[in-house]
Design a protein around this ligand. Structure first.
Ligand code: SAH
Length: 508
């Protein structure tokens, strides 16, 4: 999306992939980030909407049974109208935009209207579904071609578009999208046309998400099994010998947190490190940022303190956010890291220390716990802090135990307010609605402010949702608010938290 095109609108028909946010293309992400308008489908992963600009207009055009819907014509008209207003319009569709799901018709309507457009292919569920179920589409020993077909057609209809006789003759691997509800009549048509009853069949439901489930059987019994197991859309069906390879290749469904729904409350920017680790373990993550990091109320004062950093004996960082805000300004003022002079650096907690090290600076003191006593103890190991000049880099309105204790121990203390934590008001991905609707197994809190701000949202507490906390301070806030901490990280960082969550679910 080049800037010089901004006067004329354009439509991007973008594939959002099958569900796992890791399966979205770089180009799709870029289009979503730049869009003025996003028109998305029921099957497009809502997580991708969190990449949108703050001022983007987000329109749901899902075709969920029962929900309010836009007709195909209305969707086409909407895309055209928004583009004519000069907007960059992203039409976000599940999987690949040209694999079923009427993307082709939308493209034609846009082309007919003379509007410039781009097609961004996506990973289709027809390919990703089998792959995440451990079913290779092809194997030299089993097949030499693959067929995609839609089960949307009602086979009882006089003029079915699906040529079952041809499908039966073709053999190979056949992948069906849509129509799990009609599986009974579809399989009986296939049997009628001479496909063998013991042909292996798999149904992969909610593929590539933390809720993926696979059901295997044969052409004769799969429909009945699907009913017995209450198998629901969206699902892809795979017919063919390759299905039997799943026995040895099933990988995704073996992940330890598969099926667990976990809420991540960190800032949008910081969420991904935790979310990705949980997803890698198979969890379904609901990113529900409760806080946002903003510049401090007095940015000038902060900048002046950063400028004078070299006059201090110690600079103490209490959070990774503080480190980032500090060096952001520091390197705007100076182009040489040595301008920090003789100041030594203390960083509380491993994540904070890591952020300092990212700037290639040595951490001289690293108390593991963010408890005033622990920090003082570590300082005292290095000798007295009496009359030492200390710059404490911290959030506005944070707890003030540490500054008090440092002053009480005789330090000459200046506090630098590096950032402000404010409640996140945006909910582009609809995470709050999703949580209220579907509930969750666990919520993660990574700071006291995530606890406070989550509770301030006033959402009803989902039944059975447990709590994981990153450390003692966060846990205390949870308990002060009358809630129970089910697990606390032993190491107070993201890896420690993830480890604790694994432990919790392995136990229960
Ligand atoms: N363009 C989409 C398909 C749209 S048709 C794509 O390329 O994936 C909608 C059908 O896609 C659903 O009925 C279902 O059969 C399939 N589908 C989409 N996402 C799916 C998912 N995560 N798991 C299983 N099937 C899915």
């Amino acid at each position: 999306m080049s800037k010089n095109k901004s006067s004329s609108g354009e439509v991007y028909l973008v594939g959002a992939g099958p569900g796992d946010p890791g399966l979205v293309t770089l180009r799709a992400k870029e289009c979503i980030e730049n869009a003025n308008v996003i028109v998305y489908d029921h099957l497009a992963n809502p997580e991708t909407l969190s990449w949108t600009r703050d001022d983007a207009e987000i329109i749901y055009a899902g075709k969920e049974p029962g929900g309010s819907q836009l007709s195909q014509q209305q969707i086409n008209a909407l895309l055209i109208e928004k583009a004519r207003e000069g907007k960059q319009v992203v039409r976000l569709k599940g999987g690949d935009p040209f694999v079923f799901g009427r993307g082709a018709e939308e493209a034609q309507a846009i082309a007919d209207a003379g509007i410039p457009f781009e097609i961004v292919p996506g990973i289709t569920s027809a390919i990703a579904g089998p792959a995440y179920a451990g079913i290779p589409m092809t194997h030299r020993a089993h097949n030499s071609h693959v067929t995609f077909f839609t089960g949307h057609e009602d086979p009882a209809k006089a003029e079915s578009a699906i040529d079952y006789a041809a499908l039966a003759k073709l053999g190979g691997t056949q992948v069906m999208l849509m129509g799990v509800e009609r599986l009974g009549s579809i399989t009986s048509e296939m049997l009628k046309h001479g496909v063998r009853g013991d042909l292996p069949v798999a149904l992969v439901c909610s593929a590539t998400t933390g809720q993926q489930e696979t059901l295997t059987g044969t052409l004769s019994d799969i429909a009945q099994k699907a009913v017995a197991n209450d198998f629901k859309a969206p699902a892809v069906a795979v017919f063919g010998e390759v299905v039997s390879l799943r026995d040895g290749l099933n990988w995704y469904e073996k992940r330890p947190l598969l099926g667990k729904r976990i809420v991540v409350t960190r800032t949008r920017k910081q969420a991904s490190a935790l979310s990705n680790k949980l997803r890698a373990l198979g969890a379904q993550v609901i990113e529900l940022p409760t806080i946002r990091i903003e510049p401090p109320s007095d940015l000038r004062e902060f900048a002046e303190l950063v400028q004078d950093a070299h006059i201090y004996d110690w600079i103490v960082f209490t959070s990774a956010n503080g480190v980032e805000a500090f060096f952001d300004i520091f390197f705007k003022l100076y182009d040489d890291a040595r301008e920090i002079g003789g100041a030594r650096i203390a960083a509380i907690g491993p994540a904070t220390a890591q952020r300092v090290k990212d700037f290639h600076l040595h951490v001289d003191l690293q108390p593991d716990e963010f408890v005033a006593e622990a920090v003082l103890r570590e300082f005292k190991k290095q000798g007295s802090i009496e009359n030492l000049r200390i710059l404490l880099v911290r959030a506005e309105k944070a707890r003030d135990v540490l500054p008090k204790e440092l002053s009480a121990a005789g330090a000459i203390l200046d506090e630098a307010f590096a950032y402000r934590t404010v409640p996140e008001t945006r909910d582009a991905s609809g995470a709050r609605r999703q949580l209220a609707q579907d509930g969750a197994d666990l919520i993660t809190f990574t700071s006291s402010s995530t606890v406070e701000n989550f509770l301030a949202l006033g959402l009803p507490w989902p039944k059975g949702m447990r709590i994981a906390s990153i450390g003692p301070i966060t846990s205390k806030t949870v308990r002060d608010r009358g809630l129970k901490v089910d697990v606390e990280a032993r190491r107070h960082d993201i890896d420690g938290l993830v480890q604790a969550i694994r432990g919790l679910f392995e136990k229960s």
